[in-house]
Design a protein. Structure first.
Length: 306
């Protein structure tokens, strides 16, 4: 098995994953934006016996290699082979932590954090079909809100910066965690930024980042007027229509927390989104050709790890 680091350019990466439904953290744009924000990013193609098995993007942080929502598997691999790929990726000076989009457990995988569930909204349908799958209460609130709220695209950086700023304040006051909002500002790929103005001021907004045929809901903010008007309802509905027109077939609405964020979970699932369970965040034990090894790294290290 060969781990070919930084051997594939953006065109080669996009060509290999064009027909895959992969997570935001494995998109080329995510790596590029994180590098702009000071992150250390590495990308690898994993090959065995001339067959390409997987693509993976990692973040390196002082002896910690982080693989989020990955790897992207290029074929139908058995679970044991997937574990072996991860074990080979863990051969470096430090620890490797992975949060795959699927359950990968067994030898060499030490669970650290229980799996999350995400709401996946399939939007590759007609408006009538999407409307029909809305939960009754959600649909009724949407109809009422649509008479008042007309979302529009926010087309300048100044407004996006304001939305990022307001969401950061909201995050601090409510005590939830998210990726840095600045990532949306530096996102090099396609994105959809919607807002609702009332009384001459921005009252609510949402940001979606597009990667392939999938879009990820990245952040949202609601002021008092936005909450009272159920502004995020028409905004999400309109986003689904706009994203579908751009070729997106599904939207990852983010994690479902039925305890700490029950109202937000109800909002996401009110669209008719399905629940997709991710794998546990796990420490990966290094694995070489001879089987499982200890935590000691193989030398020399990869050039980009520093």
């Amino acid at each position: 098995m060969k781990i070919l680091w930084d051997s594939v350019d953006e065109l080669g990466w996009q060509a290999r994953v064009a027909d895959k439904a992969y997570g935001l953290r494995q998109s080329w744009g995510y790596g590029q934006a994180m590098a702009t924000l000071g992150g250390r990013v590495g990308r690898a193609l994993i090959v065995e016996n001339g067959v390409e098995l997987a693509m993976v993007q990692v973040l390196q942080r002082r002896g910690l290699r982080v693989i989020g929502q990955g790897p992207i598997w290029l074929g139908d691999l058995p679970l044991a082979q997937k574990r072996r790929v991860l074990g080979r990726l863990a051969l470096h000076p430090g620890l490797t932590v992975v949060t795959p989009d699927e359950a990968i457990a067994g030898p060499g995988m030490i669970p650290l954090v229980t799996p999350q569930s995400h709401a996946i909204w399939e939007i590759g349908k007609t408006d009538a079909e999407l409307r029909a799958q809305l939960q009754g209460k959600w649909r009724n609130r949407l109809v009422k809100a649509e008479a008042m709220v007309q979302p529009r695209i926010l087309g300048n950086d100044k407004t996006l910066h304001k939305l990022v700023f307001e969401e950061a304040r909201q995050r601090q006051s409510r005590g939830y965690r998210n990726l840095p909002g600045e990532l949306a500002v530096h996102w090099p790929g396609e994105k959809l930024v919607l807002g609702w103005h009332s009384g001459g001021a921005l009252q609510a907004g949402m940001v979606f980042l597009v990667h392939g045929q999938v879009a990820s809901y990245f952040l949202g903010w609601n002021g008092a007027a936005g909450r009272n008007a159920f502004a995020h309802g028409p905004m999400l509905w309109r986003a689904g229509q706009m994203l579908r027109a751009r070729g997106v077939i599904s939207v990852n609405l983010g994690a479902i927390d039925t305890e700490g964020g029950a109202s937000l979970a109800r909002f996401k699932l009110g669209t008719g989104a399905v629940v997709q369970r991710a794998g546990a965040t796990s420490l990966v034990l290094p694995r070489g050709a001879g089987g499982l090894r200890g935590i000691e790294p193989r030398k020399p290290p990869l050039p980009w790890t520093g």
